[in-house]
Design a protein around this ligand. Sequence first.
Ligand code: C2O
Ligand code: CU
Ligand code: CU
Length: 488
Amino acid sequence: MTLTRRELLRAAVGAAVAAPVAGCTGRGPVETVPFQRSLWVPPPAKSEMDGQGRRVFDLTVRAGRWEFLAGHPAESWGVNGDHLGPTLRAARGEQVLVNVHNGLDETTTMHWHGMHLPAAADGGPHQPIEPGETWSPGWRIDQPAATLWYHPHLHERTERHVYRGLAGLFIVDDETESALDLPREYGVDDIPIIVADKRFDGDGQLVEGKQGPAGMLGDTVLVNGRIAPYLEVRTERVRLRLLNASTARTYAFALADDRPLTLIGTDGGLLSEPVEVDRVQLSPAERAEVVVSLARGERIVLRSNPPDLGTVPRISHACGGEDAFDLLELRAVAALRPVAPVPPRLVPLPRLDPAEATRDRSFVLLGRTINGRKMDMHRIDEVVTTGTTEIWKVVNAHALPHNLHVHGVQFQVLDLAGAAPPAHLTGWKDTVYLPPKVPMRLVLRFADYADPATPYMFHCHLIFHEDRGMMGQYAVVEPGQHISGHHG
Ligand code: C2O
Ligand code: CU
Ligand code: CU
């Protein structure tokens, strides 16, 4: 059954909030009507340059209260606030230092998803932050302009931390992107769109732990922590930085009147040229940048159509493959500020050369395992060498949806079932959806950051699967260097 946004709200939220409201006012059930609240834009994170020329950010992870449903403050978690986190921003070449203070009463971590950085700064399960402690990783930004993000990555408990609201964007800038005539005024014509689905109880509190085969599927989708908000648009074009911050759900972003979206970037940066697409499908953790053009005074709804999960109907149904949601209404004002059209060429996108690959590896995802194994913090599954290029053959051998995320690098898709990748998979990626039974080959280059003692992760980013062990570890070593106890 495909429910519209309004039906869902009536079925889930409207009915859910009806009881307490009716109880205290004596009136009938209330309905949460979409597009009544304005879009909340996460604030830019403040930073200061220290004496060593480093850009320093201070983040505090903490519990707070957030009105998912207006008038119903709910318990949630946030970074420097009550829900989600500020947008970090730094330029290629800059040295950054992030002080991450854990103000929760349980252990967490903070992972920089999509960032090329030393494994010890990665914030995976090997870098726990105990309650009351501060962890201060530093690294040099060394990758193209992109929309990256951050979230906890605690061994076996990531889903709950992300679901409660621990997620934010980390935007990387560079000179190539800055030289392009693209919308880039944060919060004005360059808008973060962090999408996550939730469930609420009768008091508007987050409900956790309803697991389907993909993980927790919420019946209500939030954009930047609000249900079906609107955005007043004052420019002819607006750039949306889409992040699927859901733990299990895949979205197929589209405009309600089916006009195309101009896709300009994917996980790790801009494409070589813009592509007009009807929909942008993102599995958990994937990002995309799109530009939407608006006429004066018009209203358009950004929605999610039923995603194509590439699996049998029964499983697709159980994993949200038939669900549709209205997400955000874009409301153009009458006097729109002119904005240049998207340039026909974006950035040079050097192709990693598969002929240079010195090693092939194969990864089979099945059940909650990768290559038949579950995550073991004490086992390094793969060892790669700095300065080398590899081909990773990846297949989802299961009928369930899975995706694959690799830490520490951005990779390229070489082919899918032997065919060249579609335009939206030609750019830098760190997470790819794996349609069941479709073999995919990725090309990865491991440039630097050898550390035989500290692994990076690779895993399914349906976080319920990840938490259940669908993850492995790889270490990067110098040529000739070894890892004690590793065979293979
Ligand atoms: Cu977004 Cu291993 O993480
Ligand atoms: Cu990651
Ligand atoms: Cu999975």
